[in-house]
Design a protein around this ligand. Structure first.
Ligand code: 13P
Ligand code: SF4
Length: 301
């Protein structure tokens, strides 16, 4: 039996669902039942009722799946796949900020740990942040955490003055304006898409700053044939697969999230053979972390 056949057999045996983020390795994406961005994967986890979810992504995403689907066994095939940005806002520091600023609404990017989510008012993802924040009262003081770039890009787009936590994505911070300018020179006819985790200096040079799901939708619907892609290079696999007649140019040097790449096909096989390593959350903590995610899904269903 090939590795893929064994994975398929174990998946059937356990009625397991494999979810994968758009940045995972191409071969992992090809094994998955569903590939998507953070918001799409959260929605899928909330509605799937699968007894076993194998979550190919980083820890905060698998935790979100467990928060939304507590009855499921949720497995993160490589337990070391974390998100450094999520770890930049500790629950203790966020709790201290709240004590010191009791009238501030705390909006957390979903890239936060489950424990940090227990200290915030509402979550958002890059796919719904603009709509969600635009709907908040203009005179309300807001802290946006942990991504200062995403927060600054939202402030610029919406004319807001949210306070920004000093977190960042080490992968997207490696994209400089020079990379975009060089790509534009090399591919003058291409549309430039970047992720809003890039610095405002980078997003200012792009045609659009979109979530990974937003980028995939954009390229599908666009009549253009060439796109420069300013985000983690794993997304290009799906773009090429879904749009064989279009050309995608990831930035040089290829932008890579080492954590997303930690999950291999072998890890998925091990996970299904052993139903491990699982995400386990204290139930009280899980319920407190659920509240800001539910608020997000209520505001932007
Ligand atoms: P998306 O929600 O756009 O997929 O982004 C998640 C992420 O971690 C980007 O670095
Ligand atoms: Fe975290 Fe950045 Fe990797 Fe996304 S790309 S998972 S924000 S480190």
């Amino acid at each position: 039996m090939t590795l893929e056949e064994e994975i398929a057999a174990l998946k059937r045996k356990h009625h397991a669902l494999i979810l994968a983020h758009n940045y995972t390795r191409p071969e992992v994406q090809d094994l998955a039942d569903f590939v998507g961005d953070s918001l799409e994967l959260s929605r899928k986890a909330a509605e799937c009722h699968a007894p076993v979810i194998v979550f190919c992504g980083v820890r905060f995403m698998a935790e979100t799946a467990k928060i939304l689907s507590p009855e499921s066994i949720v497995i993160l095939p490589n337990p070391n796949a974390g998100c450094p940005m999520a770890d930049m806002a500790s629950p203790e520091l966020v709790a201290r900020y709240r004590r010191e600023h009791p009238d501030t609404l705390i909006v957390a990017y979903v890239n936060t740990t489950a424990e940090t989510k227990t200290e915030v008012d509402i979550c958002c993802t890059s796919g719904n942040a603009e709509k969600l924040i635009a709907g908040l009262p203009e005179d309300r003081k807001i802290l946006f955490l942990p991504d200062a770039n995403l927060g600054a890009n939202l402030n610029n787009r919406l004319g807001r003055k949210m306070a920004l936590w000093p977190g960042f994505c080490p992968t997207h911070n490696k994209i400089f304006p020079e990379h975009i300018l060089a790509a534009k020179e090399k591919h003058p006819g291409a549309i430039v898409l970047v992720h809003p985790e890039c610095t405002p200096a980078v997003t200012a040079l792009a045609d659009h700053a979109l979530s990974t799901g937003g980028m995939l939708k954009f390229v599908r619907q666009s009549d253009a044939k060439e796109f420069v892609i300013g985000t983690e290079c794993g997304i290009v696999h799906r773009m090429r697969k879904e749009n064989p007649d279009k050309h995608f140019y990831p930035l040089e040097p290829a932008v890579l999230c080492p954590n997303m790449k930690k999950i291999t096909e072998e890890d998925v096989l091990f996970a299904l053979r052993n139903l491990s390593p699982r995400i386990e959350l204290d139930d009280n903590m899980r319920k407190r972390a659920l509240a800001p995610i539910e608020r997000m899904l209520e505001v932007i269903p």
